[in-house]
Ligand binder design. Structure first.
Ligand SMILES: Cc1cc2nc3c(=O)[nH]c(=O)nc-3n(C[C@H](O)[C@H](O)[C@H](O)COP(=O)(O)OP(=O)(O)OC[C@H]3O[C@@H](n4cnc5c(N)ncnc54)[C@H](O)[C@@H]3O)c2cc1C
Length: 263
């Protein structure tokens, strides 16, 4: 990094938001438990015709697959597992099941907490779900379970009861006696991201992070003079359109910086 800093007037960091949230519970070390990106990235490589070393292969064919996490990444895992020939696909979400609304809900149909113009809190069924998956809400995974040979044999969940506390905050408590064992041979963890990677590049550059785990910036300039950030690394996991827009805006900010430097 020292070499890059010495050889270039400005550096733009666009390394994404790859710091994954984990499910840190007993049995996490068991073989057969993967982060979503492992199966998704491999799947893309396969489509591109790249060879995957057999000892690294994550493939759902013939397995009962449980996806932990009910968001977009979880939905991608559902579809990918199904297309790879999984025996069954089950998806768990920790939050309460959102209300079923018409596809394009009118203002009067929307729940109070996501009134127009906020993003509508509603049940979303993707094409991946339509390909076939069992979905469950208000479930917390409490342990990954192994058989006597140490192989993954399933996981245990418990139900959560959600309610609104006196401060208007959504809180939950475990439902006593609701523990349930779910057999499976593959588990995919898709419970979100914690922001940009803190080790390596960012650490070497001594960059500051904001409260959400993203590279802190002002008009794309990081805490280090001459170092800029854009895309998911700066705003957290987002969308391609935002990454493109941020790339353009960051280029303008770098241009202004270089013009001032040369003035
Ligand atoms: C599972 C999943 C599904 C998604 N689906 C969609 C979707 O359908 N539509 C949509 O709009 N968005 C989707 N997104 C979000 C979208 O992928 C991102 O918002 C977008 O790619 C961000 O672009 P970026 O350039 O900021 O970062 P990235 O696309 O993450 O690119 C960062 C790159 O930097 C590389 N890198 C990291 N560290 C270093 C380093 N030290 N040196 C050099 N290179 C490094 C990484 O390998 C990576 O190639 C999805 C995200 C995920 C995780």
């Amino acid at each position: 990094m020292k070499e890059i800093r010495a050889g270039f007037d400005a550096v733009l960091i666009t390394t994404g938001a790859s710091e994954k949230r984990d499910v840190k519970i007993p049995g996490r070390h068991l073989k057969g438990i993967h982060f979503a990106e492992e199966i998704l990235t491999q799947s893309t490589h396969r489509v591109m015709g790249d060879a995957i070393p057999s000892h690294e292969t994550v493939y759902a064919a013939g397995r009962d697959v449980i996806v932990i996490g009910g968001g977009d990444t979880g939905s991608d895992c559902v579809g990918t597992s199904r297309r790879q020939g999984a025996k069954s696909v089950t998806q768990f979400e920790i939050m309460i099941q959102p209300p079923k609304l018409p596809s394009f809900p009118r203002a009067i149909d929307r729940p109070e907490e996501s009134a127009w113009p906020a993003w509508t809190h509603m049940l979303r069924t993707t094409s991946s779900h339509e390909e076939g998956a069992e979905r469950h809400w208000s479930l917390e995974t409490v342990a990954f379970e192994a058989d006597e040979s140490g192989n993954l044999k399933g996981l245990t969940t418990r139900e959560l009861a959600w309610f609104t506390d006196a401060d208007g905050k959504k809180v939950c408590e475990a439902v006593a006696g609701s523990e349930k064992f779910w057999p499976c041979q593959m588990i995919l963890i898709a419970v979100g991201f914690l922001g940009a990677e803190r080790q390596g590049l960012a650490a070497e550059l001594g960059l500051e992070f904001d409260a959400r785990g993203n590279i802190a910036s002002q008009n794309y300039a990081s805490s280090e003079r001459g170092v800029f950030a854009a895309g998911d690394a700066r705003r957290g996991q987002s969308l391609v359109v935002w990454a493109i827009a941020e790339g353009r805006e960051a280029a303008k900010a770098v241009n202004e910086f270089l013009k001032d430097k040369d003035a």
